[in-house]
Design a protein around this ligand. Structure first.
Ligand code: S3P
Length: 179
């Protein structure tokens, strides 16, 4: 496993905010996969969805994730749907220590309901659709190596992850010294 922390979780679980805070705390580089996708495409995510559809976005997402996990020493915030592709999941698992930011749906909806930056949350019946996605994806997020309750402040969530990261790095060092 590479020396990266990979944040996964539903839209609005705080992956980017917590990720930035965590990277600062641990002296790691922060990388946001959605921002990288936008840079690569030279367009914002809603525009990518409008022009290339969700499938076009997912292709770009797969390419971008493959590139990001090449490097080490990063906190990586993934998009909420990154775990839908088995190929991504394999790359993420090999690419670092996966952490699920788990928050209750009501909290998620309070944060992102009505967001215009998230194409999957637009239009009629958005709450109902989001709730279905939330349930469908839960078993996929559950595969992460570590799960944290993400309903608190970004600072407190980052502190919990940082402590767990240090503990697991310690175990890792010990095991590699033991051979
Ligand atoms: C998506 C989540 C978004 C973004 C895209 C699709 C999803 O990222 O990648 O709109 O399928 O859940 P955030 O989780 O950062 O909102």
């Amino acid at each position: 496993m590479k020396r990266n922390i990979i944040l996964i979780g539903f839209m609005g679980s705080g992956k980017s905010t917590v990720g930035r805070c965590l990277a600062d705390r641990l002296g790691l580089r922060f990388v946001d996969s959605d921002a990288r996708i936008e840079e690569k495409a030279g367009r914002a995510i809603p525009q990518i969805f409008a022009e290339a559809g969700e499938a076009g976005f997912r292709r770009l997402e797969e390419e971008t994730i493959a590139e990001i996990v090449e490097a080490e020493g990063q906190v990586i915030a993934t998009g909420g749907g990154a775990i839908l592709s088995e190929m991504n999941w394999r790359r993420l698992q090999e690419g670092g220590w996966t952490v699920w930011l788990k928050a209750p749906f009501d909290e998620i909806w309070r944060r992102v309901g009505g967001s215009r930056r998230r194409p999957l949350l637009l239009g009629e019946g958005a709450r109902e659709r989001a709730l279905n996605l939330f349930h469908e994806r839960e078993p996929l997020y559950r595969r992460a190596a570590f799960c944290v309750d993400a309903s608190g402040s970004a600072r407190s969530v980052a502190a919990i992850i940082a402590a767990a990261w240090r503990a697991q790095e310690g175990r890792h060092d010990f095991e590699s010294r033991r051979g």
